[in-house]
Structures are given as structure tokens and as C-alpha cells.
Design a protein around this ligand. Structure first.
Ligand code: HEC
Ligand code: HEC
Length: 271
């Protein structure tokens, strides 16, 4: 069944790269006005900005309370909530990181201790906070992480997020060629370039798009496969699920390798 899917996907790929559309019957996808999921995502989020701060604080407190009671609800990303997350205290976060034994897997400096543990150093705070919240309510599933975040308070989550953001990320491996998908995407499959979202400008617009450069290659491959198979589905509007679902396993591996951290033994300039 799976192989059939890949065969169909591959033949579609080969068949449509140059054609204007299958059999010329449908309009050229390049010229079609596609709603941009990124803009849709931000527009929807911006709407919540109208909520006044007192109400947003109440919404956030309510969400945390519901999470404690085991209720699943998406975190209300209001302007207040973003400011709250961004005001986390890195020093308190460093203490929590040790006290809660996060360093056992994510390292003293936020670099994953093994291939399966993601590096959290240098990550944008809103993304880290969202993941911790998602584990807390079970929107993102992982046995170890769900157990770990169970007792974390909103303040601890914001502090740890600020601490991770202050740490230095591993350098991305140096590559001479950029995969086409990373830079240009593939219009024939309605695939956006990874860099459309995973770039500084998009992240400055504020929200929860992670930095992927310098991530552990095994973790990155696994998590993209999880998006593809639907095992990870905590992304807003299934943004990543829709993208990963269109990628072949080989493409996922190539992209993970492209974005991956430099192998440790090659790293000479330690400070
Ligand atoms: C037993 C090992 C272990 C411990 C201890 C641990 N983690 Fe994790 N963490 C993982 C693994 C493995 C994943 C990836 C799981 C998955 O695929 O969802 C992860 C994922 C994460 C992520 C998501 C990263 C991303 O890029 O999406 C964050 C943030 C995180 N952990 C923070 C913490 C914090 C904070 C603590 C301490 C309270 C902690 N972890 C303790 C193993 C651990
Ligand atoms: C439309 C915007 C968008 C595009 C295009 C996009 N991503 Fe993402 N990506 C996201 C968002 C948002 C998340 C965070 C999802 C969540 O909340 O867990 C994410 C998460 C990820 C993660 C998980 C990171 C981690 O630390 O766990 C990886 C890996 C990733 N993307 C890789 C890619 C690759 C490779 C491409 C190109 C093929 C791509 N993305 C294209 C928006 C995008």
C-alpha cells in the first residue's frame, strides 16, 4: 500500500515537473492563486491581538488550569501571552533546567546528548514554550517529555524558553549546494520553500516557527517522518504535516542532512 503511494507520487513528480498541468487540462499551478498557509496562520493569530491584556491573561491562566486538569486545548497565543513568554528569566531557566534534570538529555548547554534528543539551544522562545505546553496537554506525544513537563508551571516554561534562547546553537554543516526544496519549494506539488517560514524574518513576525539549522540529524529526520505519518500533529493548521506528507523519505533525509549540525568531531573552534 505504502509502496503504491510512493510509486504514484514518484510518477506524478516525474510527470509534472515540466508540464503545465496533468494533460494540460488544469491550469498551470504556477499561475494559480494559492492561499498562503503562512499568511493564513498569521492572520488568524493576529485576530487574537484585539483581546485586551486583562482578558488575555485570564485566557492564559485558564488554559494552564485546564492543562493541569488534563484538558486538551490549544494555547491562546495573544499579544499578552507572547509578551509573557518573551519576558522569561534566563537565569531562573538555567536553574530549572538543572533542577528538573532536563540536562540529562538536552545537555548542560542545550545541545542534545544523543541522536534522539533535540538540541534546544538558540531556539526561539515562543516555539520552545509552545512545545512544552503541547506536551503538557498531550497535543504532542512523547512519554519522557510528557512526564517531564507535567509539573512545570507557566513561569518555569517561559524561563526555560528564555534560557534556551540565550544558549549558542551548534553550527549548521557547511554545504556547497542547497536542496531545491529548501530554497525554492516545488510548485508542481504546491510545496513551499522551507526558507519561506524557517527564516529570521518570518520568526521576527513573532511566533512559533522553529530554527532548524544545526538540529540533530536523526531527530530531525524522525520528527519530519512523524509529521508525515501523522504521529506528530501539534502544528497549527497542519502546516508541517501537509508539507512533510508530500515529501519522499529520501527528500526528508536530504533536507535533514542539509540543515543538520556539523558532526561534533569536526568542530574545532570550541569556546
Ligand atoms: C529522558 C530524556 C529527556 C529529558 C530528561 C528531557 N527531554 Fe526534552 N526531549 C527529549 C526527547 C527524546 C525529545 C523529542 C521527543 C519527540 O520526538 O517528541 C524532547 C523534546 C523536547 C523539546 C522540543 C524540542 C523541539 O525542537 O521540538 C523541548 C523544548 C524539550 N524537550 C525541553 C525539555 C525540558 C524543559 C526538560 C526538563 C523539564 C526536558 N526536555 C527533559 C528527551 C528528554
Ligand atoms: C508555511 C510555513 C512552513 C514551511 C513552508 C515549512 N515549515 Fe517546518 N515548521 C513550520 C512550523 C510553524 C513548525 C512548528 C510546528 C509546531 O508547532 O510544532 C515547523 C516545524 C518544523 C520542524 C520541527 C522542528 C523541531 O525542532 O522539532 C522541522 C524539522 C521542519 N519544520 C522542517 C521543515 C522543512 C525541511 C521544510 C521544507 C520542506 C519546512 N519545514 C517548511 C512551518 C513551516
Amino acid at each position: 500500500m505504502k509502496y503504491l503511494k510512493y510509486a504514484v507520487m514518484a510518477s506524478l513528480l516525474i510527470g509534472t515537473v515540466e508540464a503545465s498541468g496533468p494533460m494540460g487540462m488544469i491550469p498551470n499551478p504556477m499561475k494559480m492563486e494559492m492561499p498562503d498557509p503562512m499568511n493564513m496562520m498569521f492572520d488568524l493569530m493576529n485576530r487574537t491581538y484585539d483581546v485586551n491584556d486583562a482578558d488575555s491573561q485570564r485566557m492564559m491562566d485558564e488554559a494552564m488550569k485546564m492543562a493541569e486538569q488534563g484538558n486538551v486545548m490549544e494555547f491562546p497565543w495573544t499579544r499578552y501571552a507572547i509578551a509573557y513568554v518573551n519576558s522569561g528569566d534566563p537565569a531562573a531557566g538555567a536553574t530549572a533546567h538543572k533542577k528538573l534534570k532536563c540536562h540529562k538529555c538536552h545537555g548542560d548547554e542545550g545541545i542534545g546528548e544523543d541522536d534522539d534528543s533535540p538540541s534546544v539551544a538558540g531556539q526561539i522562545p515562543a516555539y520552545t514554550f509552545k512545545q512544552l505546553y503541547d506536551y503538557k496537554v498531550g497535543l504532542r506525544k512523547d512519554k519522557d517529555m510528557q512526564k517531564k513537563v507535567k509539573k512545570m508551571t507557566a513561569k518555569q516554561m517561559a524561563d526555560v524558553s528564555a534560557y534556551y534562547a540565550s544558549l549558542k546553537r551548534e553550527d549548521k554543516i557547511e554545504s556547497t549546494s542547497i536542496p531545491h526544496l529548501a530554497k525554492n519549494g516545488d510548485r508542481s506539488r504546491f510545496l513551499f520553500a522551507c526558507e519561506k517560514c524557517h527564516n529570521e524574518k518570518a520568526m521576527k513576525r513573532g511566533l512559533q516557527t522553529p530554527i532548524i539549522e544545526g538540529q540533530k540529524v536523526v531527530y530531525m529526520t524522525d520528527t519530519m517522518m512523524a509529521f508525515k505519518e501523522g504521529d506528530r500533529d501539534n502544528d497549527h493548521y497542519s502546516v508541517m504535516g501537509k508539507i512533510a506528507g508530500k515529501l519522499t523519505d529520501e527528500e526528508i533525509e536530504a533536507l535533514a542532512e542539509y540543515y543538520a549540525a556539523k558532526p561534533v568531531d569536526e568542530d574545532e573552534d570550541e569556546d
